[in-house]
Design a protein around this ligand. Structure first.
Ligand code: PEP
Ligand code: MG
Length: 570
């Protein structure tokens, strides 16, 4: 029976596919003993399970080979673990001596190795543990004969339905087949939401209990234009939506006409439209020729499955820096923590992760990780087009500490006779204290970028990923515009570049206010470049400034939204 539900879409577009329930496999282990006569067959089962697991990995490697990053090498490392003769022998010995079923033998053998590794104080070893756990569960799942529910494994058009999805899981998938994403938990400003917008995947994150109306293999239409989820549509409804989708896709193609235009307002003010990226993935860079540079490269996704080495990082960064060559590229050091946790890093469980060991704080507490990245960035800056910015900076002292670390890295590279080029040093303005103190900090930095996703979270003291608090997350809070306005005047006075890379920069209406406030560089994910360019070329800066001045006088988000609506009707 057809069912329709209204819910706010967190990423626009229309998608159609079968419901695909994404759940992580959790092994259920029981110590079952076997008779002596079954030992040989249990051992042969081990070889079969091993073979199945290896073919599974080979299939995935082939499929994601085109996606980028060093995903393929992650899986190659897993094959090495599966073939490890010591663990293999341990499993067989366990079956022989303890007379236990294969599943228990696998579990026990991996437990021994993992216990040993857990006591070694090294992030590289810790990373190995997460690979081991993955391999162990892969073997156990194959033993159970359960297919892999893994996002990188999908090879037909689906709408993924899940309680939650980690941003790092989505970063690794083949987006071609993901026609929509529906989750029980999540918000419009979570990192998962940002990724779905980047990839142009229609999404409904945080729909709560509505999710219980969806069943395995249901046909689903996600209509992120009119905020509707349709389950098991009739043929007539399906046809109607196919046409609607066609119309929407055509409109998006039409918008691409603006890509080619230089981004000047009608009265001649240049607004740099730059790209936010999370990887050097082709999809994310599809409009690279039409932008003025990279405004935000979120490097934390490079760390999704393992710690990248310095040389691997140099290769990643060089790829982007070479592609942009004469245009500026702003790379942000890893903003790990909060909803971008990394399992292999030994970070204490926190009660308030958004206020915890995140961004630069994690860099300070894990200095080798930060220094390796800084060195890789220095080494990669071949074309002198690199700006590096640091996330979650909250005080003047931290800026000084960062500069000292950069200085130390440069000295170490000189000592090791490794060539490098200095980069421009900037910070994210995403903690209110820094925005307030910017007049005192500006002398120490070359540039800054306003991260409104977090700035709003911290200004309003509202967790950006908690769907129950979403009503308090006011994207158009007047406090934000006033703070941005102050920052703009300080940067203008000191004649230093200031940009904005939060999601509101991609909002058709709010971006006009931001330009009116004097921001001349806005960075958005690829899919929003056409609409922002359209905004720029069809506006007069003078009008936008007048409008922004009116906005600055308003007292509430409601007044601001109403003002935007009235303006639209004019
Ligand atoms: C921001 O906070 O606005 C930002 C761009 O960073 P992120 O969304 O990665 O936290
Ligand atoms: Mg941020």
């Amino acid at each position: 029976m057809v069912k329709k539900y209204q819910a706010p879409a967190t990423s626009k577009g229309i998608g159609i596919g079968k419901a695909y329930f994404y759940n992580k496999f959790t092994p259920q282990i029981e110590r079952i003993t076997i008779p002596e006569s079954n030992i040989e067959s249990e051992i042969s089962k081990f070889y079969e399970v091993k073979k199945d697991a290896i073919s599974e990995i080979n299939r995935i490697t082939e499929m994601i080979g085109s996606i980028d990053l060093n995903d393929a090498s992650i899986f190659r490392a897993q094959i090495e673990i599966i073939n490890d003769p010591v663990i293999g022998k341990q499993i067989i010995d366990e079956i022989k001596t303890q007379k236990v079923v294969l599943s228990y033998a696998i579990y026990a053998a991996y437990e021994v190795v993992i216990n040993i590794l857990e006591n070694v104080d090294s992030p590289i070893i810790k990373e190995r543990i997460s690979d081991m756990l993955d391999v162990r569960d892969r073997l156990l799942r194959n033993y159970e004969g359960i297919p892999e529910y893994n996002l990188s494994h999908i090879d037909k058009e689906v709408v993924v339905v899940s309680r939650d999805i980690l941003p790092s899981n989505l970063a690794l998938i083949n987006k071609k087949y993901i026609k929509g994403i529906i989750t029980e938990n999540g918000t419009n400003q979570s990192h998962l939401a940002i990724l779905t917008k980047n990839y142009g995947i229609p999404a409904f994150l945080g729909i709560g209990k509505l999710i219980e109306n969806i069943n395995f293999e249901d046909d689903i239409i996600v209509d992120g234009v009119d905020n509707e989820i349709i389950i098991n549509p009739t043929n007539d409804i399906l046809n109607e939506y196919l046409q609607k989708k066609e119309k929407y896709d055509q409109e998006q193609i039409k918008l691409q006409e603006y890509l080619h235009l230089p981004s000047y307002t009608k009265d001649g003010i240049k607004i740099d439209v730059c790209l936010n990226i999370n990887s050097s993935n082709k999809e994310e860079l599809k409009y690279f020729e039409y932008v003025d540079g990279i405004g935000l490269y979120r490097t934390e996704y490079l760390y999704s499955t393992k710690l990248p080495t310095v040389l691997e990082q140099v290769a990643y960064y060089k790829k982007i820096l070479t592609l942009f060559n004469k245009k500026e590229v702003t790379i942000r050091t890893a903003d790990i923590g909060a909803d971008k946790k990394i399992s292999y890093l030994d970070v204490k469980q926190e009660i308030n992760p958004a206020l915890g060991n995140r961004g630069i704080r994690l860099g300070f507490s894990n200095e080798k990780l930060l220094k390796d990245q800084v060195k890789a960035l220095l080494m990669a800056n071949e074309y002198n087009n690199l700006n590096v910015m640091f996330p979650m900076v909250s005080s003047y002292e931290e800026v000084i500490k960062i500069k000292k670390i950069i200085d130390d890295c440069e000295k170490e590279l000189i000592k090791d006779k490794i060539p490098f080029n200095k980069f421009k040093v900037g910070i994210m303005i995403e903690v209110p204290s820094v925005a307030i103190m910017i007049e005192s900090i500006i002398e120490e930095i070359d540039f800054a970028s306003i991260g409104t996703n977090d700035l709003t979270q911290y200004l309003l003291a509202v967790d950006r990923i908690d769907e129950n608090m979403d009503a308090y997350y006011q994207r158009a809070t007047p406090s934000l515009f006033r703070l941005i306005n102050n920052c703009v005047s300080v940067f203008e006075k000191h004649n230093k570049p200031l940009s904005l890379c939060g999601e509101i920069g991609a909002d058709e209406d709010i971006s006009k206010i931001l330009i009116g406030l004097g921001l001349t560089k806005i960075s958005v994910s690829g899919n929003f470049v056409p609409i922002i360019k359209k905004n720029v070329v069809e506006s007069n800066y003078k009008d936008l400034k007048e409008f922004a001045d009116e906005i600055l006088k308003l007292r509430s988000e409601t007044e601001i939204i109403n003002k935007i609506k009235t303006k639209k009707q004019l």
